[in-house]
Design a protein. Structure first.
Length: 342
Protein backbone atom coordinates (compact mmCIF):
# COMPACT_ATOMS: atom_id res chain seq x y z
CA UNK A 1 0.00 0.00 0.00
CA UNK A 2 2.73 2.48 0.97
CA UNK A 3 4.73 1.70 -2.18
CA UNK A 4 1.61 2.26 -4.32
CA UNK A 5 0.86 5.59 -2.64
CA UNK A 6 4.48 6.69 -3.09
CA UNK A 7 4.38 5.87 -6.81
CA UNK A 8 1.10 7.75 -7.22
CA UNK A 9 2.53 10.78 -5.44
CA UNK A 10 5.51 10.75 -7.80
CA UNK A 11 3.10 10.60 -10.74
CA UNK A 12 1.39 13.74 -9.44
CA UNK A 13 4.42 15.87 -10.36
CA UNK A 14 4.47 15.33 -14.17
CA UNK A 15 0.66 15.33 -14.32
CA UNK A 16 0.50 18.62 -12.43
CA UNK A 17 3.13 20.16 -14.72
CA UNK A 18 1.23 19.02 -17.81
CA UNK A 19 -2.07 20.49 -16.60
CA UNK A 20 -0.66 23.83 -15.50
CA UNK A 21 1.51 24.16 -18.63
CA UNK A 22 -1.54 23.65 -20.83
CA UNK A 23 -3.57 26.28 -18.95
CA UNK A 24 -0.61 28.66 -18.89
CA UNK A 25 -0.21 28.33 -22.67
CA UNK A 26 -3.92 28.92 -23.25
CA UNK A 27 -3.83 32.16 -21.27
CA UNK A 28 -1.21 33.50 -23.68
CA UNK A 29 -3.38 32.87 -26.75
CA UNK A 30 -6.64 34.20 -25.33
CA UNK A 31 -7.32 37.68 -26.75
CA UNK A 32 -7.81 40.64 -24.46
CA UNK A 33 -4.99 40.34 -21.93
CA UNK A 34 -4.24 42.59 -18.95
CA UNK A 35 -2.59 45.23 -21.17
CA UNK A 36 -5.66 45.55 -23.38
CA UNK A 37 -7.90 45.59 -20.32
CA UNK A 38 -5.89 48.41 -18.76
CA UNK A 39 -6.01 50.41 -22.00
CA UNK A 40 -9.74 49.93 -22.23
CA UNK A 41 -10.19 51.13 -18.67
CA UNK A 42 -8.12 54.25 -19.30
CA UNK A 43 -9.89 55.02 -22.57
CA UNK A 44 -13.31 54.64 -20.94
CA UNK A 45 -12.27 57.04 -18.19
CA UNK A 46 -11.05 59.57 -20.75
CA UNK A 47 -14.12 59.11 -22.90
CA UNK A 48 -12.03 58.74 -26.05
CA UNK A 49 -14.36 56.69 -28.22
CA UNK A 50 -12.09 56.94 -31.24
CA UNK A 51 -9.23 55.24 -29.44
CA UNK A 52 -11.34 52.69 -27.60
CA UNK A 53 -12.27 51.09 -30.89
CA UNK A 54 -8.72 49.77 -31.24
CA UNK A 55 -7.20 47.75 -28.38
CA UNK A 56 -4.74 45.56 -30.16
CA UNK A 57 -1.05 46.12 -30.82
CA UNK A 58 -1.79 47.11 -34.36
CA UNK A 59 -3.89 49.90 -35.68
CA UNK A 60 -4.69 53.20 -33.95
CA UNK A 61 -3.29 53.03 -30.45
CA UNK A 62 -2.81 55.83 -27.93
CA UNK A 63 0.51 54.34 -26.78
CA UNK A 64 3.73 54.01 -28.70
CA UNK A 65 5.46 50.71 -29.38
CA UNK A 66 8.00 51.40 -26.66
CA UNK A 67 5.29 52.05 -24.14
CA UNK A 68 3.49 48.87 -25.14
CA UNK A 69 6.74 46.93 -24.76
CA UNK A 70 7.20 48.37 -21.26
CA UNK A 71 3.68 47.35 -20.33
CA UNK A 72 4.21 43.82 -21.63
CA UNK A 73 7.43 43.63 -19.64
CA UNK A 74 5.66 44.90 -16.53
CA UNK A 75 3.01 42.17 -16.79
CA UNK A 76 5.55 39.50 -17.75
CA UNK A 77 4.13 39.02 -21.24
CA UNK A 78 7.37 39.76 -23.08
CA UNK A 79 9.02 36.41 -22.32
CA UNK A 80 8.59 33.17 -24.30
CA UNK A 81 6.07 30.72 -22.90
CA UNK A 82 8.64 28.14 -21.62
CA UNK A 83 10.67 30.81 -19.85
CA UNK A 84 7.61 32.52 -18.38
CA UNK A 85 6.15 29.18 -17.23
CA UNK A 86 9.43 28.17 -15.58
CA UNK A 87 9.52 31.50 -13.76
CA UNK A 88 5.91 30.99 -12.56
CA UNK A 89 6.63 27.40 -11.50
CA UNK A 90 9.72 28.47 -9.56
CA UNK A 91 7.66 31.01 -7.62
CA UNK A 92 4.93 28.41 -7.06
CA UNK A 93 7.40 26.07 -5.35
CA UNK A 94 8.15 28.96 -3.00
CA UNK A 95 4.37 29.34 -2.37
CA UNK A 96 4.34 32.61 -4.32
CA UNK A 97 1.37 32.79 -6.70
CA UNK A 98 2.30 36.20 -8.04
CA UNK A 99 0.40 39.47 -8.01
CA UNK A 100 -3.02 40.20 -9.43
CA UNK A 101 -2.98 42.30 -12.58
CA UNK A 102 -6.36 43.74 -11.68
CA UNK A 103 -6.09 44.61 -7.98
CA UNK A 104 -2.27 44.59 -7.72
CA UNK A 105 -2.50 42.46 -4.59
CA UNK A 106 -0.74 39.14 -3.85
CA UNK A 107 -2.80 36.28 -5.22
CA UNK A 108 -2.14 34.27 -2.05
CA UNK A 109 -3.76 36.98 0.08
CA UNK A 110 -6.76 37.21 -2.25
CA UNK A 111 -7.35 33.45 -2.07
CA UNK A 112 -6.74 33.34 1.69
CA UNK A 113 -9.29 36.12 2.20
CA UNK A 114 -12.02 34.09 0.50
CA UNK A 115 -10.87 30.67 1.68
CA UNK A 116 -12.90 30.58 4.95
CA UNK A 117 -16.11 31.11 2.98
CA UNK A 118 -15.31 28.29 0.56
CA UNK A 119 -14.15 25.97 3.34
CA UNK A 120 -17.37 26.54 5.23
CA UNK A 121 -19.72 25.88 2.32
CA UNK A 122 -17.52 23.15 0.86
CA UNK A 123 -17.11 21.33 4.16
CA UNK A 124 -20.80 21.55 5.04
CA UNK A 125 -21.79 20.35 1.56
CA UNK A 126 -19.32 17.47 1.74
CA UNK A 127 -20.32 16.14 5.15
CA UNK A 128 -24.06 16.71 4.93
CA UNK A 129 -24.23 15.05 1.49
CA UNK A 130 -22.59 11.85 2.70
CA UNK A 131 -24.25 11.79 6.13
CA UNK A 132 -27.73 12.01 4.61
CA UNK A 133 -27.34 10.34 1.21
CA UNK A 134 -25.94 6.99 2.41
CA UNK A 135 -28.61 6.32 5.09
CA UNK A 136 -31.39 7.58 2.80
CA UNK A 137 -30.21 5.43 -0.10
CA UNK A 138 -30.02 2.46 2.28
CA UNK A 139 -33.58 3.06 3.48
CA UNK A 140 -34.92 3.57 -0.06
CA UNK A 141 -33.38 0.30 -1.26
CA UNK A 142 -34.82 -1.74 1.62
CA UNK A 143 -38.23 -0.09 1.21
CA UNK A 144 -38.33 0.08 -2.57
CA UNK A 145 -41.79 1.04 -3.81
CA UNK A 146 -42.96 2.33 -0.43
CA UNK A 147 -44.36 5.77 0.34
CA UNK A 148 -40.94 6.85 1.65
CA UNK A 149 -39.23 5.76 -1.55
CA UNK A 150 -41.79 7.38 -3.86
CA UNK A 151 -42.01 10.70 -1.99
CA UNK A 152 -38.25 11.08 -1.60
CA UNK A 153 -37.69 10.13 -5.25
CA UNK A 154 -39.93 12.97 -6.41
CA UNK A 155 -37.95 15.45 -4.35
CA UNK A 156 -34.62 13.98 -5.51
CA UNK A 157 -35.49 13.97 -9.22
CA UNK A 158 -36.86 17.50 -9.16
CA UNK A 159 -33.78 18.73 -7.32
CA UNK A 160 -31.44 16.94 -9.70
CA UNK A 161 -33.24 18.30 -12.79
CA UNK A 162 -33.21 21.94 -11.65
CA UNK A 163 -29.85 23.77 -11.51
CA UNK A 164 -28.81 25.12 -8.13
CA UNK A 165 -28.96 28.75 -9.21
CA UNK A 166 -32.56 28.34 -10.42
CA UNK A 167 -33.55 26.90 -7.06
CA UNK A 168 -31.67 29.78 -5.43
CA UNK A 169 -33.77 32.38 -7.26
CA UNK A 170 -36.97 30.59 -6.26
CA UNK A 171 -35.92 30.30 -2.61
CA UNK A 172 -34.87 33.95 -2.43
CA UNK A 173 -38.15 35.09 -3.96
CA UNK A 174 -40.24 32.99 -1.57
CA UNK A 175 -38.45 32.92 1.79
CA UNK A 176 -36.46 36.18 1.65
CA UNK A 177 -38.43 38.63 -0.48
CA UNK A 178 -42.04 37.59 0.08
CA UNK A 179 -42.04 35.93 3.52
CA UNK A 180 -38.94 37.72 4.87
CA UNK A 181 -37.97 34.69 6.96
CA UNK A 182 -34.36 34.52 5.83
CA UNK A 183 -31.75 37.13 4.76
CA UNK A 184 -31.44 38.14 1.12
CA UNK A 185 -27.83 37.03 0.90
CA UNK A 186 -24.31 37.60 2.08
CA UNK A 187 -22.13 35.49 4.33
CA UNK A 188 -22.73 37.48 7.55
CA UNK A 189 -24.66 40.54 8.67
CA UNK A 190 -23.24 44.06 8.46
CA UNK A 191 -22.92 44.33 12.27
CA UNK A 192 -21.36 40.87 12.60
CA UNK A 193 -18.38 42.16 14.60
CA UNK A 194 -20.66 43.53 17.30
CA UNK A 195 -22.23 40.13 18.02
CA UNK A 196 -21.22 37.70 20.73
CA UNK A 197 -19.60 34.39 19.79
CA UNK A 198 -22.90 32.51 19.96
CA UNK A 199 -24.70 35.21 17.97
CA UNK A 200 -21.96 35.12 15.31
CA UNK A 201 -22.34 31.35 14.86
CA UNK A 202 -26.10 31.76 14.69
CA UNK A 203 -25.76 34.56 12.14
CA UNK A 204 -23.46 32.53 9.86
CA UNK A 205 -25.80 29.53 9.97
CA UNK A 206 -28.83 31.77 9.39
CA UNK A 207 -27.27 33.20 6.24
CA UNK A 208 -26.15 29.73 5.08
CA UNK A 209 -29.57 28.05 5.02
CA UNK A 210 -30.56 28.90 1.45
CA UNK A 211 -27.10 28.73 -0.20
CA UNK A 212 -26.37 25.36 1.42
CA UNK A 213 -29.65 23.99 0.14
CA UNK A 214 -28.67 25.00 -3.40
CA UNK A 215 -25.19 23.50 -3.03
CA UNK A 216 -26.51 20.24 -1.58
CA UNK A 217 -29.38 19.43 -3.89
CA UNK A 218 -27.40 18.19 -6.90
CA UNK A 219 -24.76 16.10 -5.10
CA UNK A 220 -27.30 14.85 -2.58
CA UNK A 221 -29.57 13.49 -5.33
CA UNK A 222 -26.73 11.80 -7.21
CA UNK A 223 -25.21 10.13 -4.13
CA UNK A 224 -28.60 8.94 -2.87
CA UNK A 225 -29.59 7.28 -6.14
CA UNK A 226 -26.11 5.78 -6.53
CA UNK A 227 -26.35 4.23 -3.08
CA UNK A 228 -29.86 2.93 -3.63
CA UNK A 229 -29.27 1.43 -7.07
CA UNK A 230 -26.05 -0.32 -6.04
CA UNK A 231 -27.59 -1.72 -2.87
CA UNK A 232 -30.60 -3.06 -4.77
CA UNK A 233 -28.25 -4.69 -7.28
CA UNK A 234 -26.29 -6.37 -4.50
CA UNK A 235 -29.46 -7.50 -2.73
CA UNK A 236 -30.36 -9.49 -5.83
CA UNK A 237 -26.88 -11.08 -6.02
CA UNK A 238 -26.39 -14.79 -5.36
CA UNK A 239 -24.05 -14.34 -2.40
CA UNK A 240 -26.73 -12.46 -0.44
CA UNK A 241 -29.33 -15.10 -1.25
CA UNK A 242 -26.91 -17.81 -0.17
CA UNK A 243 -26.22 -16.06 3.13
CA UNK A 244 -29.96 -15.76 3.81
CA UNK A 245 -30.55 -19.39 2.80
CA UNK A 246 -27.93 -20.48 5.36
CA UNK A 247 -29.96 -18.86 8.12
CA UNK A 248 -28.44 -15.39 8.36
CA UNK A 249 -31.15 -12.78 9.10
CA UNK A 250 -31.96 -10.51 6.18
CA UNK A 251 -30.92 -7.21 7.81
CA UNK A 252 -27.71 -8.77 9.10
CA UNK A 253 -26.92 -10.13 5.62
CA UNK A 254 -27.47 -6.66 4.19
CA UNK A 255 -25.18 -4.97 6.72
CA UNK A 256 -22.42 -7.59 6.57
CA UNK A 257 -22.33 -8.28 2.84
CA UNK A 258 -24.46 -6.09 0.54
CA UNK A 259 -23.85 -2.75 2.26
CA UNK A 260 -20.07 -2.89 2.06
CA UNK A 261 -20.07 -3.78 -1.64
CA UNK A 262 -22.60 -1.05 -2.33
CA UNK A 263 -20.30 1.54 -0.81
CA UNK A 264 -17.58 0.89 -3.43
CA UNK A 265 -18.97 3.29 -6.10
CA UNK A 266 -19.62 5.90 -3.41
CA UNK A 267 -16.08 5.52 -2.06
CA UNK A 268 -14.60 5.90 -5.55
CA UNK A 269 -15.84 9.51 -5.68
CA UNK A 270 -15.03 10.29 -2.05
CA UNK A 271 -11.60 11.76 -2.73
CA UNK A 272 -12.79 13.81 -5.69
CA UNK A 273 -15.21 15.53 -3.34
CA UNK A 274 -12.24 17.47 -2.03
CA UNK A 275 -12.99 19.87 -4.87
CA UNK A 276 -16.00 21.00 -2.82
CA UNK A 277 -13.63 22.69 -0.41
CA UNK A 278 -12.10 25.02 -3.01
CA UNK A 279 -14.47 25.36 -5.89
CA UNK A 280 -17.95 26.72 -5.82
CA UNK A 281 -20.75 27.71 -8.09
CA UNK A 282 -20.14 31.30 -9.10
CA UNK A 283 -23.81 31.58 -10.10
CA UNK A 284 -24.95 30.64 -6.59
CA UNK A 285 -22.39 33.03 -5.12
CA UNK A 286 -23.62 35.83 -7.37
CA UNK A 287 -27.25 35.20 -6.47
CA UNK A 288 -26.58 35.13 -2.73
CA UNK A 289 -23.84 37.79 -2.83
CA UNK A 290 -21.20 35.43 -1.41
CA UNK A 291 -17.62 36.52 -2.01
CA UNK A 292 -16.04 33.07 -2.33
CA UNK A 293 -13.53 31.23 -4.47
CA UNK A 294 -16.03 30.47 -7.24
CA UNK A 295 -16.84 34.14 -7.76
CA UNK A 296 -13.16 35.04 -7.62
CA UNK A 297 -12.34 32.50 -10.33
CA UNK A 298 -15.13 33.71 -12.58
CA UNK A 299 -14.15 37.36 -12.23
CA UNK A 300 -10.47 36.59 -12.84
CA UNK A 301 -11.31 34.76 -16.07
CA UNK A 302 -13.57 37.55 -17.30
CA UNK A 303 -11.04 40.26 -16.40
CA UNK A 304 -8.08 38.23 -17.79
CA UNK A 305 -6.40 38.29 -14.38
CA UNK A 306 -3.97 35.53 -15.34
CA UNK A 307 -2.02 35.22 -12.04
CA UNK A 308 -5.27 34.60 -10.15
CA UNK A 309 -6.46 32.17 -12.82
CA UNK A 310 -3.22 30.21 -12.67
CA UNK A 311 -3.21 30.21 -8.87
CA UNK A 312 -6.72 28.80 -8.65
CA UNK A 313 -6.07 26.25 -11.39
CA UNK A 314 -2.89 25.11 -9.66
CA UNK A 315 -4.65 24.59 -6.34
CA UNK A 316 -7.63 22.81 -7.93
CA UNK A 317 -5.40 20.57 -10.04
CA UNK A 318 -3.35 19.57 -7.00
CA UNK A 319 -6.46 18.81 -4.95
CA UNK A 320 -7.94 16.78 -7.80
CA UNK A 321 -4.80 14.67 -8.16
CA UNK A 322 -4.56 14.06 -4.42
CA UNK A 323 -8.30 13.34 -4.35
CA UNK A 324 -7.86 10.59 -6.93
CA UNK A 325 -5.31 8.92 -4.66
CA UNK A 326 -7.65 9.22 -1.68
CA UNK A 327 -10.43 7.67 -3.78
CA UNK A 328 -8.25 4.63 -4.51
CA UNK A 329 -7.43 4.30 -0.81
CA UNK A 330 -11.10 4.52 0.14
CA UNK A 331 -12.01 1.84 -2.40
CA UNK A 332 -9.25 -0.41 -1.03
CA UNK A 333 -10.58 0.04 2.51
CA UNK A 334 -14.12 -0.85 1.43
CA UNK A 335 -13.32 -3.61 -1.07
CA UNK A 336 -11.15 -6.37 0.49
CA UNK A 337 -10.46 -7.83 -2.96
CA UNK A 338 -8.17 -4.89 -3.81
CA UNK A 339 -4.63 -5.28 -2.56
CA UNK A 340 -2.28 -2.60 -3.85
CA UNK A 341 1.20 -3.82 -4.51
CA UNK A 342 0.29 -7.50 -4.07
Amino acid sequence: MLAYIFRRLLLVIPTFIGITLLIFTLTRFVPGGPVERMLLSLQMQQGDSAVSSSLTHSGNNSLSDDQMAELNEFYGLDKPIPQAYWQWLTKLVQLDLGESTRYYEPVTDMIAERLPVSLFYGGMTFFISYLISIPLGYAKALRHGSVLDASSSIFIFVGYALPGYVIGVLLLSLFSFNLEWLPMGGFVSDDFDDFSRFEQIKDVLWHAVLPLFCYLIGDFALLTMTMKNNLMENLAADYVRTAIAKGLPFKLAVRRHALRNSLIPVASSFGNSLMFFMTGSFLIEVIFNINGIGLLGYESIVERDYPVVMGLFAINALMLLIGNILSDICVALVDPRIKFGA
